[in-house]
Design a binder for this molecule. Sequence first.
Ligand SMILES: Cc1ncc(C[n+]2csc(CCOP(=O)(O)OP(=O)(O)O)c2C)c(N)n1
Ligand SMILES: [Mg+2]
Length: 382
Amino acid sequence: MAENQQPKRENKKPGPRRRRPGFQMRISTRYAPRKPGVGQERSCIADTTLTHQQMLELYRYLKLTRLVEERIVNLYRQTKVVGGVYRSLGQEATAVGSAYALRPDDFITPIIRDLGAVFVKGIRPREILAQYMAKAWGPSGGKDLNVHFGYLDKGFLGPISHLGDMIPVMTGILLGARLQKKDIVGLAYIGDGGASTGAFYEGMNFAAVQRLPLIVIAEYNHYAYSTPTNLQTAVRNLAERAAAFGIPGHIVDGNDVIACYEVTKQAIDYARKGRGAVLIEAKTYRRKGHAEHDDQRYVPEGEIEWWEKHNDPIDRFEKFLLDRKVTTKEKLEEITADVMREIDEDSEWAESSPMPEPEGAAYGVFDNAIVPPALRPKVLES
Ligand SMILES: Cc1ncc(C[n+]2csc(CCOP(=O)(O)OP(=O)(O)O)c2C)c(N)n1
Ligand SMILES: [Mg+2]
């Protein structure tokens, strides 16, 4: 090498591909919300690979999510629920459509408005109902509440926090999976408020530079508790942040279940090929307060009603299914009745569960076998 030339730096990038896929400033808006024509009602995108059978399955998950949440509110009003109740009313399509694009061995980290994704992952309503009532037969046996539980064998990691921390956790899972030569993809959800936290940035950045197969769905639902999104971030679209990490960004109509499925499917294909992380922003709207106790007095008059009347994800999907003759009104009613039957049965099961025994609180929290006897709580010795 000539003396006046700088030595070439050994600059191997981690991850399966050496070359960066190219810095992408542009955001894909192929699946972004579109205004309907004058006098037209919103429906769903027609360009889809989903079969009719799969569409009906999606419809079932949407109804299941909405009706289970309604049942939980019902139980809450009877004071049978322990802790808060969080709704995803109006956002169901984002969670259901995106999770439906996963393989069974892929992972999700849902947050409080992603019950639909939890159902798609194979969790039954009875488990959710028992968990909300802190019953002994619930997944955490009454040790934790509402959304705070998971099933690792189903690829469903329980949320440890709602505010950004699941992004680095999922990034770590994906790094571990790579070391174990597993080709799983991780789908992490984050709110618009949570996407302004440090944990979100650190996790995204690490996943991006390691080219890990992380798909993040950022739910722009207009509020973080009582703070409107434009008062807590200066970006107009959360997807613009993809540029900060050097990864692709997409905007999707979060109330169009088909668009949510298709955009996530594309992102998954991209990530599974080893090309790296993807940020998807879902434009949607939180029609309920932060939790049931929140009376939404900070919401401008008429806003919730507008979304309910003109942009409800289930109404839109029903319109799509009927207009395109995918199915009949009777078939949709049959699916709904079947969902109701399942919820009735599961509510009965969950209500019949005992409350946990107090001693149970000492078990399953740490590995009792390795705790030195001197440190063991008295209950473990009896
Ligand atoms: C460290 C911390 N601070 C505050 C909270 C309470 N909290 C939970 S979710 C939330 C707002 C989240 O808003 P966003 O990220 O937009 O999600 P959304 O609720 O709209 O789905 C707040 C303040 C918390 N869980 N942890
Ligand atoms: Mg929000």
